[in-house]
Design a protein around this ligand. Structure first.
Ligand code: ADP
Ligand code: ZN
Length: 626
């Protein structure tokens, strides 16, 4: 989501705020000191007042419109045994007026007490009101200004009707052409654009157009861009809000913001309202702790607004989420977000298009190979690719290149994937050797096993938090993975530690395999729990219940016995992976040594350098799974 600030110089603003604060605190100080120095005022019950009168402890009273001010007998005249007034130094007592007691004045006069009254005078009342209200208002104003600054200009505290303006964009300037790939999503959204262009055409023929469209897809796939492109194509204003904005707001503020946003939008119809991360406010109610949370009120307000407005008016709400399964069903009913548009991670050709969009205005060498980059970035989102493009430009600039080179591309890709190279990190000879055998182990197991992806590159140059890296060319965007592939992935992940074990002895375990082992644990768990791939639990899955934002320790929906079985299945998978890796590496010990030595010499080996070394490997029959 994007918010445009109102363009004021933030430094000027804070100076103004500081001056305002200074003036205000002066005002406050004088206000309070006056109240204190005037007299100490003590409120007492009416009967105590009457008691004081009867005991002759009152010197004078002033009857005002709503209270009675009592001045006690002063120190000089003070009665010896007057305990009540023992330390009365300039104390004024007040008490509420009791309307029924209309003999009071007479009694006071009889007791010889000085009685005075005030004429209820309009201007006086107004003045005293001002006296109380003005500083309060000023204080509120200042607080809200400060609050606004703290919350980054969102204006959570301002009750006015125009907060939504902060988020409005008259012209997004983005069209479908700026969004590479995503043809299906664009096609579905084209209809929305048509409607915004010419609502009359649809209304005349009795068509009911959707009020809401839900863009469903992983982060960074261009959902915000698509929504902006709809507004851009239709040339209508774009209002936006993010669900996460509501999470920390005070009760009622979220709902009132939604109300304001819709009100403003209706005035500007036709237009687009974009709600990013709607799952933050609209996750299933049963997945949450208590009822009546702020986000629930916000959600309800969104529903009320959507039901309330007429879709002839041309306000279309587009929301984005990556978890449609988490959303409250109420949100998905007809007349609300009944239209779902999938925004998927880009396929290879789309990745190339996205890269082309982001490299369009960057100087690059003629032979730059964006397709090779597209090939090895399976699973990356548009945002990831945009990030790589930017990183490539930064790398080129750092290296002093006038144009981006293929090396800059590779460096950018690896930097984004794993982290920057740490050439400076000194590894001693033994560490280098361990790393070389470790990476060679991954590479050989991956190369030998039939269902693993081809080895693309091996390096023992530390990068990010890793000692070295073995890159496998990811399989091209298939929707499914077989159990054979997954088991080969497990085995090649184990390859690193097993190679260390075979070379340096089974007691010489290092910390170099911790992330491999973590990957093995995660993958084998998901195979058993989510994919029904356990041996004795084949075709059974074990969902752990909704893990919503506010889930409080959900009980596992299966027995202890089943839990043990699951643990055993997971363990079997990683044991099997270690066994298979060990069989492969024992069978190919010579190649392991050759590859490790080549790595120690060259540090990095690319596909074509790996080929002659890996061609001598053998596939032992015992590791075949089919
Ligand atoms: P989302 O809303 O799905 O999280 P965004 O729309 O905010 O994703 O995308 C983030 C950034 O990623 C965009 O500003 C753009 O630079 C880039 N991007 C994502 N998808 C695409 C695409 N299909 N074409 C071009 N750029 C894209
Ligand atoms: Zn490893």
């Amino acid at each position: 989501g994007g918010g445009n600030n109102n363009g004021k110089d933030p430094r000027k603003q804070s100076i103004i705020i500081m001056i305002a604060a200074a003036v205000l605190s002066l005002l406050c100080i004088s206000y309070f000191t006056r109240a204190v120095s005037g007299a100490t005022t003590l409120e007492i019950p009416y009967n105590q007042f009457i008691e004081m009168v009867e005991n002759g402890k009152v010197e004078s009273v002033k009857i005002e419109s709503s209270q009675i001010e009592i001045t006690p007998v002063s120190d000089k005249k003070k009665n010896e045994n007057s305990s009540l007034l023992a330390n009365a130094v300039k104390v004024t007592y007040v008490t509420g007026k009791v309307e029924e007691d209309d003999t009071l004045t007479k009694r006071l006069l009889d007791a010889g007490i000085e009685v005075s009254g005030t004429v209820p005078d309009g201007s006086g009342v107004i003045l005293s009101l001002l006296y109380y209200i003005v500083p309060t208002l000023l204080m509120c104003g200042l607080l809200s200004l400060l609050f606004r600054k703290m919350t980054g200009g969102g204006g959570a505290f301002s009750m006015g009707k125009s907060n939504a303006k902060v988020y409005v964009q008259r012209e997004t300037g983005i069209t479908f052409r700026d969004v590479a790939g995503e043809d299906e999503a664009k096609e579905s959204l084209q209809e929305v654009v048509d409607f915004l262009h010419n609502p009359g055409k649809y209304v005349k023929i009795g068509a009911k157009l959707p009020k809401g469209a839900l863009l469903v897809g992983p982060p960074g796939t261009g959902k915000t861009m698509l929504a902006k492109a709809v507004a851009g194509e239709a040339k209508v204003p774009f209002f936006s809000l993010a669900g996460s904005d509501f999470i920390e707001l005070y009760v009622g503020v979220g709902a009132s913001r939604v109300r304001d946003l819709f009100k403003e939008a209706e005035k500007n119809a036709p237009c687009i309202i974009f709600i990013d991360e709607i799952d933050a406010v609209a996750h299933k109610r049963d997945a949450r702790g208590g009822a009546g949370r702020e986000d629930e009120q916000t959600l309800n307000q969104i529903l009320v607004e959507m039901d309330g407005f007429d879709n002839d008016s041309g306000v279309i709400v587009i929301a984005a989420t990556n978890r449609v399964d988490m959303l409250d069903k109420a949100l998905l009913r007809p007349g609300r977000f009944d239209r779902h548009i999938n925004v998927a991670l880009p396929e290879r050709k789309d990745r190339l298009e996205i890269l082309e969009v982001h490299f369009k205005n960057k100087p690059k060498q003629k032979d730059i190979n964006l397709d090779a980059l597209a090939a090895k970035t399976a699973g990356s989102s548009g945002a990831d690719l945009a990030n790589i493009a930017n990183e490539a430009a930064i790398t080129a600039a750092r290296e002093g290149h006038k144009e981006i080179t293929n090396n800059d591309l590779t460096e950018a890709f690896e930097r984004v994937a794993i982290g920057p190279e740490r050439k400076s990190k000194a590894m001693n000879d033994h560490e280098r050797k361990v790393t070389a055998y470790h990476e060679a182990g991954h590479a050989i197991v991956g190369h030998v096993l039939p269902d693993s992806d081809p080895v693309h590159k091996v390096t023992i140059i530390p990068r990010g938090r890793t000692g070295g890296v073995t890159w496998f060319l990811p399989p091209e965007d298939r929707s499914y993975k077989s159990i054979y592939e997954l088991k080969d992935i497990l085995a090649r992940a184990m390859g690193g530690r097993i190679a260390e074990k075979l070379t340096f002895g089974s007691e010489a375990v290092t910390t170099g395999a911790s992330s491999d082992l973590k990957n093995v644990a995660e993958l084998s768990k998901s195979m058993v729990v989510e994919e029904g791939m356990g041996k004795d639990t084949r075709n059974l899955v074990f969902p752990e219940g909704d893990t919503g934002y506010y889930t409080i320790a959900t009980a596992k929906p299966y027995s202890e016995k089943t839990a043990e079985l699951i643990d055993q299945e997971i363990r079997n998978l990683s044991d099997e992976a270690a066994r298979r890796a060990e069989i492969v590496l024992s069978e190919n010990k010579t190649t392991l040594k050759k590859l490790a030595e080549a790595l120690l010499e060259h540090e990095t080996l690319e596909e074509k350098e790996l080929e002659p070394i890996l061609k001598d490997t053998r596939l032992p029959a015992a590791v075949k799974l089919h």
